[in-house]
Ligand binder design. Structure first.
Ligand code: FMN
Length: 179
């Protein structure tokens, strides 16, 4: 394989060029993800938003993170409550994903919602559900990185909803082998 012709640019390079945000968004769309709804309850109101920035972080203790836009009403409620649920969507739930990103007046209206022991909303029919306690919030550009310690988790026998290049899809096992 041919060696790179130019040195990689580093943090210290004042002439460093940055990628256009729209291009960055498009390029990152090449990375397929699952889809989840993060949710919480604050002052008797339910909040929930669709995310795909979910990542597991640590096993001891069990931690995960997601990123939330600084204008997110759900992110603000999660910061105030200090706890949140993560509802990982199944392949049959793309309409739910659209509802929790759109202008629906009450996103929880007519949905089957259960509540954790801590009163966190859990969307029934999800592929998996986790309950978390906020441990740290880092500012990162126009988003907050919310780190949570995972208190509980459960999963269902259900294939996941997938998001790739701005479109929903389904997961297809390729090689008949598990990692
Ligand atoms: C597939 C998908 C993934 C998304 N991922 C994120 C995300 O990781 N972080 C984020 O802040 N917004 C994400 N959004 C956008 C939010 O769902 C959207 O801004 C939502 O309206 C926020 O609601 P809120 O203001 O009630 O919090 C995503 C939207 C879609 C459709």
């Amino acid at each position: 394989m041919a060696a790179p012709t130019a040195p990689l640019r580093g943090y210290g390079d004042m002439n460093m060029q940055t990628i256009d945000p729209r291009r960055f968004r498009s390029v990152m769309g090449a990375f397929p993800t699952g889809v989840a709804i993060v949710a919480t309850e604050w002052k008797r109101e339910l909040f929930g938003a669709t995310i795909n920035s979910l990542t597991s972080v640590s096993l001891t203790p069990c931690m995960l993170l997601f990123c939330t836009n600084e204008g997110s009403a759900t992110g603000a409620a999660i910061r105030k409550r200090g706890m949140f649920s993560v509802n990982i969507l199944g392949q049959h739930q793309s309409e739910l994903s659209a509802r929790f990103t759109g202008k629906h007046r009450n996103r929880f209206e007519d949905l089957a919602v259960a509540f954790s022991a801590d009163g966190l909303p859990l969307l029934e029919g999800a592929a998996a559900q986790l309950c978390c306690r906020v441990t740290t919030i880092h500012k990162a550009g126009d988003h907050d990185i919310i780190l949570g310690e995972v208190l509980s988790g459960q999963e269902a026998a259900c294939d996941p909803l997938v998001f790739h290049k701005g479109a929903y899809g389904i997961f297809q096992r390729a090689f008949g082998q598990k990692w």
